[in-house]
Design a protein around this ligand. Sequence first.
Ligand SMILES: [Zn+2]
Ligand SMILES: [Zn+2]
Length: 347
Amino acid sequence: MTTPVAAYAAPAAKAPLERTTIERREVGAYDVLIDIKFAGICHSDIHQVREGWGEAIFPMVPGHEIAGIVTEVGSAVTGFKAGDRVGVGCMVDSCRECENCKAGQEQYCVQGNVPTYNGVGRDGEPTYGGYSQKIVVDENYVVRIPDGLPLDTAAPLLCAGITLYSPLKRFGAGPGRKVAIVGLGGLGHMGVKIAHALGAEVTVLSQSLRKKDDGLKLGADHYYATSDPKTFEELAGTFDLIVSTVSAPLDLGAYLSLLKTHGTLANVGAPEEPVSLNLFSVIGGGKSLAGSMIGGIAETQEMLDFCAAHGIGAEIELIAASEINEAYERVLASDVRYRFVIDAATI
Ligand SMILES: [Zn+2]
Ligand SMILES: [Zn+2]
C-alpha cells in the first residue's frame, strides 16, 4: 500500500512549482523510511524542471540534497534504525552487478543509475525527490550524517559536496598542490572549503572580484577575476588541478594554459551546448581534460565523515517551500550565498 506525502512539484516543463500530494511506496524489506527535514536546491533541479537537459518526466518533484531522520526500517535492513540521521543524494538505486557498481562507482552504473527524481525506479514507477516530507529509499543508497553536522547545512553536501570532493580526491588535491576552483557558487564554495581542508593552496577564479571577501573567508588563499585578461597572463602554468563548476560555456584553451605540465582541468559544471577546443592546448604540457559526476555511495559517506571531522557544512539560506519559485529566479541570477535549503516542515 502506498502512502500519500505532501510535496512541491512542477506539473509541466517550465511551470512554477506548486504544493501537491504524491504516493510513496510501501516500506519494503530493504527500505528505509525517512522523515525529510531539509532539502537543498541544486542548479540541476532548475535545468531539469525547465527541460534544459532534454525531455523530462512530469509532474516532477525535484531535490537530491536530502537530510532527515529515519522513522521506520524494513525487516531486512541492517545498517539503519529509527532515529538515525541520514542523507540521500542524487541516486536511489543502480544495477548492483556491473563492474562500476561492484567498484563502488554506482553513479557510473553501466545500466544507468536511478536518479532520485526525474527517473524511473526498478519497479517501473517514477522517482520523486526531496521537495517532500518523506521518502522511501533502499538502505544501500542511504548515507549516515555524522552527529557533528547540522542537518540543514549538511543537506547540500549530498550533491554539491560530493561533486567537488570526488574530483579533488581523485586528482590529488592536498598539501603542496595548487588547486583552482572556477566559479564561486553552490558548487564552487564547497570546492574551496574542501580543497582547503585537504591542505591544498586554493585559488578562486571568478568572473569578478564581487565575492572576494567571501572566498577568502571560505578558505581560499588567492582570488582572481577572469574578466581581467591579465589574470591569464599572470597565472599561466600555475596549477596542478583546476576544477570548473561553471555551466556557462568556458574558453577551455585559456584555462588549460593555467595548468602546469601534466596538470588536469576537471569539469563538474555542464554547459547545455557543446564546446570546442584546439587539442594543442592539452598536447603541449601533456595535460588532461577530465570530467566527474557526483561520487559513489561509499565515497559519499567518506565525504560526510571528512566534512564532520573538519567542521564543513554548506553556507545556506534557509527558505520556506512557498519561496521555491522565487529562489529559482535568484539561483539563475547568481543571487544566493551559497545554497538555498528548503525547510521541509513548511511543505
Ligand atoms: Zn545537484
Ligand atoms: Zn551497475
